[in-house]
Design a protein around this ligand. Structure first.
Ligand code: NAP
Ligand code: MG
Length: 462
């Protein structure tokens, strides 16, 4: 894989301040496929200065022109789709088809949506004798995870650019090559120098320096709750805006009138996709006791069909972590009906698609985010019991409800403490606000709600 040995700062690839490097590993075969520089506080400082210098010009650029640039960026991403998909597959390990359709396809759609929103959003409005201006928040420090290497970047950078903000990105250490390709795409579109900057590096070094930098006005972070909490504390002390998209432990609630086979199949597919490395995955399936045994049988059969086609986990540490959770599930008395803690292959960070039955709400595997291909099936007595279980974690990112009648599913969804609910298999909508209740985060991404995260208001009275 082609890799840049510099940082993309102020419109050009520049040498890093330090010689340290990060090796990029293909998780499917454990081979080193490239290396990128490990940024330091010095690199972050140079990038933030460039972003600050570019801010007045970009903020004053008419929204229609910002829209045209974002549309051009979308077109470059679309033109380089194959190359980006192959890079995602090489550094994340996802099957190529998933990389093409989701990892690259989705961000192209999202970039397109922000080209349109930049052109149509009312950046000025009237309120009585006032004109309210919606102005960019300023310099954005974006810190992204590896699970959707391009989507997580585009979901922050596209709305930030649409709003008139400038950006410094610190991508995950595991997937920096996709971020470098994104920087190349930005360069190809001819965005003014300094509007977008990339610093590769380690979280506790480059990431922390970015979150702490006084020249950053808004820190937008996606990743673990532990790091998110730390970033929020740092930002809070500096009275900086913060957007956090954290973990989840979402419930897939199957009510008795639902199409059981369809709901179970969709539920298993949802958890196994991307090897379970999706924050909004429905990792808890809730089934009425009258249908429980049938659901377990259907889920076990569905999971067994995946084999190792789901791809590996991103790195050895995540593999160990997930296997540890599976062992914990067994130790706490859950019943394994598919998969297990053994590695299905000698090479690569694979974990078998795993399904647990007889999971009770207080078990570790029913409470903590596993971030692997592991589904827990829980039994409920009645709707109130199902609701108690669904809402009974510190998280609230997503979920699903299946029922015979759509209205019944909606009534249940209204009582759920979560940011997204798919009704009877409703499709993912890239315009719908995405974000969490409770400890799943602060703020929203995507669509118009994602845009307003990057705006602040100024009221003029006449
Ligand atoms: P993470 O450490 O929170 O990583 C997310 C991003 O934050 C990465 O760019 C990371 O850099 C950076 N970072 C780490 N420590 C930082 C710090 N002190 N200051 C500033 N930035 C920092 O997540 P992870 O270790 O990769 O994954 C661990 C768990 O997090 C997973 O098992 C899963 O439960 C959860 N997770 C959630 C999501 C989500 O979409 N909500 C995504 C990924 C992971 P490095 O890459 O160098 O660590
Ligand atoms: Mg980390």
């Amino acid at each position: 894989m082609k890799a840049h040995d510099g940082m993309y700062i102020d419109g050009a690839w520049r040498p890093a301040a330090d010689r340290d490097a990060i090796e990029v590993v293909n998780p499917a075969d454990e081979q080193v496929i490239g290396q990128v520089p490990a940024g330091t506080a010095e690199d972050v400082d140079a990038a933030v200065r460039a972003a600050r210098a570019a801010l007045p010009g970009w903020a004053a650029t008419p929204p229609s022109e910002r829209a045209a640039r974002i549309a051009a960026l979308r077109d470059v991403l679309a033109a380089r789709k194959e190359e980006i998909a192959e890079t995602v597959t090489a550094e994340l390990g996802s099957p190529l088809e998933l990389s093409q359709k989701v990892h690259v396809g989705l961000p192209i759609t999202v970039a397109g949506s922000y080209a349109e929103l930049a052109a149509t959003y009312a950046f000025e409005e009237k309120a009585g004798n006032s004109t309210v201006l919606h102005e960019p928040v300023g310099v954005v420090g974006a810190i992204t995870p590896w699970n959707y290497p391009l989507h997580q970047v585009v979901a922050k950078v596209a709305p930030a650019l649409a709003a008139g903000c400038t950006v410094v990105l610190k991508p995950a250490e595991d997937t920096p090559l996709t971020a470098q390709l994104f920087a190349e795409a930005v360069h190809e579109t001819g965005l003014p120098a300094g509007v977008f900057n990339l610093v590769t590096g380690l979280g506790p070094v480059a990431g922390q320096a970015l979150a702490e930098h006084p020249g950053v006005d808004l820190v937008s972070f996606t990743g673990s709750t532990a790091v998110g909490r730390q970033i929020a504390a740092t930002a809070g002390a500096a009275v900086k805006k913060v957007a956090l998209e954290l973990g989840g432990k979402s419930a897939n609630v199957i009510l008795p009138g639902a199409d059981l086979a369809k709901a179970v199949k969709a539920g298993v597919a949802n958890v196994m996709s991307n090897s379970g490395q999706t924050c909004s995955a429905w990792t808890r399936m809730l089934v009425h006791r009258s249908q429980y045994d049938e659901a377990v049988e259907l889920a076990a059969a569905a999971a067994a069909k995946y084999g190792d086609r789901i791809g590996p986990l991103v790195n050895a540490k995540q593999q160990q972590r997930v296997r540890g959770y599976i062992q914990k599930g067994v130790a706490e008395g859950a019943r394994l009906v598919a998969g297990g803690p053994e590695s299905p292959r000698e090479r690569g960070y694979f974990v078998s698609p795993t399904v647990f039955a007889d999971v009770t709400p207080e078990m570790t595997i029913a409470q903590e985010e596993i971030f692997g291909p592991v589904l827990s099936i829980l039994r409920y007595e009645d709707e109130d019991d199902a609701l108690r279980i669904a809402n009974g974690t510190v998280y609230g990112l997503a979920g699903a409800v299946w029922a015979g009648e759509e209205g019944e599913a909606v009534a249940f969804a209204r009582r759920m403490e979560t940011g997204q609910v798919d009704i009877n298999g409703g499709r993912f909508n890239p315009l719908a606000p995405f974000g969490g209740y409770k400890q799943s985060g602060v703020g929203r991404e995507l669509g118009v709600h994602g845009l307003t995260e990057y705006l602040q208001t100024k009221s003029l009275q006449f």
